[in-house]
Design a protein around this ligand. Structure first.
Ligand code: RIB
Ligand code: CA
Length: 312
């Protein structure tokens, strides 16, 4: 039986690779994709999500528009990283597939009520606004969520949007705090592990040479996306943050981490959005997350190569 997932996303080139990986993997059943404002505004993230499902030849996967701004803050976007469209790096045609009329948050609530309890995993790879809003509107669904596998946060790697905070958490720290306090089993892929998931020039060339349309698309996106991290960190490639969530679901043994307490700072003058990870277990706060720190990079890229090659 395929694992049922909902991907909540703010595409974003790395989101796009994560979505392609999921759609290429028959171990997974993607029940729907809900767009959220993040890297770029919602109008763009929902358009990008539709472009991606069409590129993958999967117009059957419904795309929903969710929240257009954080729960209580103004939106912060990341065009400086992802470009004006959020998917800079290649041109994709206007998609024929339309956005669903149902709000993304209502889709999350309805799906969790309709599917068997404990059978659906949520995979947020952008700000956590849609997820927190769903739990606010329908607290009854919280106990029905199987687990949440999210990209966000940082501890040893510290911040990428402020000195203390990672982007997804920083954009909506109140939403993140409510999700991390929900009691749902959490698997967190922070910058601590995703900064090791770096593309290489050879791997990008391999993608570009694949005899399909998705391989060259991944090459174009990563070529564009790597600029920010090369300039900021001196990285040798683009960090594939969001695909680490799907890869963990498919092959968890590629990753290593600890089950620890992680709290979200929401009021720090300099630290708002920080994931305060009790890696050394110095507090008596109860563990609430599997916080990952290591990845078998070669194994991850072998998985990506195998699956992207299966797409159109
Ligand atoms: O900090 C990295 C995260 O922020 C990724 O999800 C990327 O897509 C951006 O949303
Ligand atoms: Ca993202």
């Amino acid at each position: 039986m395929a694992q049922k997932i909902i991907i909540d996303t703010d595409p974003g080139q790395d989101d796009a690779v994560a979505i392609l990986l999921a759609l290429a993997s028959n171990e997974l059943q993607v029940l729907g994709i809900t767009a959220v404002a993040g890297n770029v505004p919602l109008a763009q993230t929902q358009l990008n999500a539709r472009k991606i499902v069409e590129l993958a030849g999967r117009p059957d996967v419904p795309v929903f528009a969710g929240c257009e701004r954080p729960l209580s803050r103004n939106l912060v976007t990341a065009e400086h990283v992802h470009g004006k469209t959020g998917l800079d790096g290649i041109e994709l045609p206007e998609p024929a597939v339309q956005v669903q009329a149902e709000h993304g948050v209502d889709f999350i609530v309805r799906t969790l009520r309709e599917e068997d309890a404990g059978s659906v995993t949520l995979v947020p790879i952008g700000p956590l606004t849609n997820i927190a809003e769903a739990f606010r509107r329908a607290p009854d669904i919280i106990e029905r969520v199987q687990q949440i596998v999210l990209m966000g946060g940082a501890y040893f790697e510290v911040g990428n949007i402020t000195p203390a905070a990672e982007f997804n958490i920083y954009v909506d720290p109140e939403a993140a705090a409510e999700v991390f306090a929900s009691g749902i089993p959490l698997v967190v892929l922070p910058l601590d592990v995703t900064h090791s998931a770096l593309t290489s020039a050879d791997w990008v060339k391999h993608m570009a040479a694949l005899p399909n349309r998705c391989g060259p698309a991944v090459a174009g996106w990563t070529d564009f996306f790597e600029r920010f991290d090369k300039e900021k960190y001196g990285s040798l490639g683009a960090p594939l943050h969001d695909p680490c969530t799907i890869a963990w679901i498919l092959q968890p043994d590629l990753f290593k981490g600890r089950h620890i307490n992680v709290e979200i700072e929401t009021t720090g003058r300099f630290t708002t959005g920080m994931t305060v990870a009790d890696w050394w277990r110095v507090s008596d706060r109860a563990p609430n997350a599997l916080f990952l720190r290591e990845v078998d990079r070669d194994g991850l890229f072998a998985l990506l190569s195998d699956r992207i090659a299966r797409l159109p």
